[in-house]
Design a protein around this ligand. Structure first.
Ligand SMILES: Nc1ncnc2c1ncn2[C@@H]1O[C@H](COP(=O)(O)OP(=O)(O)OP(=O)(O)O)[C@@H](O)[C@H]1O
Ligand SMILES: C[C@H](N)[C@H](N)CCCCCC(=O)O
Ligand SMILES: [Mg+2]
Length: 214
């Protein structure tokens, strides 16, 4: 039996993919076969062969070692906009049934499948259809990535309430430090730990990419 998780975040660009890679490595270190899925990706580069590649997909593929891009990323769009706008412009209807079918094929090959959402919990896939509906269609426990910065307590607790209202289980959350210095970081973390019943799974430091490349 494989296990799956739906990875959401307090916003777009707060480190869902960054955290996904850390979670994948963590599970791999336990000896698990891990596959990732990015069902809907907006914002792609055009490769020399004319195909489209989203950066999240590239990072998830690099971490998991998987090869079937169409299976793990059935929907991709060129402009980096909300999926409902990108899909509408492309004349594409995103099928949750197709995403569930792809998920099941991946689950048959893995111990753990991590599904990364686009944007936050209520980022739209179509008019009146949200990431929440994808999570409900997949019926997966949710992992919430909190981008640790001023304002994240409100965003995190709103998202936790919305996940609970959807009837899904919050399996845990990740504290991802997206700014080099958050004032009163320890106090912010303690506040979130006290307010969120689900466990803190990982605490990820701020990684200075300038320092890394220097
Ligand atoms: N802990 C961190 N330290 C430094 N930079 C980070 C950290 N986490 C994320 N970033 C940077 O922030 C940016 C956004 O991160 P990431 O792509 O993981 O966000 P996301 O939530 O997956 O976004 P999207 O909604 O587009 O999927 C990237 O440039 C990433 O390198
Ligand atoms: C393009 C971006 N990086 C994400 N893939 C999509 C973010 C959707 C956000 C929708 C919204 O909440 O306004
Ligand atoms: Mg991402």
């Amino acid at each position: 039996m494989s296990q799956g998780f739906f990875l959401t975040g307090t916003d777009t660009e707060i480190g869902k993919t960054h955290s996904a890679v850390a979670l994948i490595r963590h599970w791999q270190a336990q000896g698990q076969r891990v596959l990732a899925m990015k069902p809907v990706a907006s914002g792609c580069e055009i490769l020399p062969d004319g195909s489209w590649l989203n950066d999240d997909v590239a990072r998830l593929v690099a971490a998991s070692g998987q090869q079937d891009l169409d299976l793990m990323n059935p929907y991709r769009f060129l402009p980096p906009v909300s999926p409902h706008i990108a899909a509408r412009e492309a004349g594409v209807e995103i099928s949750l049934a197709r995403i569930v079918s792809h998920y099941r094929q991946l689950a048959a090959q893995a111990d753990t499948v991590l599904v990364e959402a686009a944007g936050g919990w209520l980022a739209p896939l179509a008019d009146g259809v949200y990431m929440e509906d994808m999570a409900r269609a997949l019926q997966l426990p949710v992992i919430l990535v909190v981008g640790m910065r001023l304002g994240c307590i409100n965003h995190a607790l709103l998202t936790v309430r919305a996940i609970e209202a959807s009837g899904l289980t919050l399996a845990g959350w990740v504290a991802n430090r997206v700014v080099p210095q958050q004032l009163a970081y320890a106090d912010n973390l303690a506040t979130l730990k006290a307010a969120i019943a689900a466990p803190l799974l990982l605490e990820l430091p701020y990684e200075d990419s300038t320092a890394q490349s220097a």
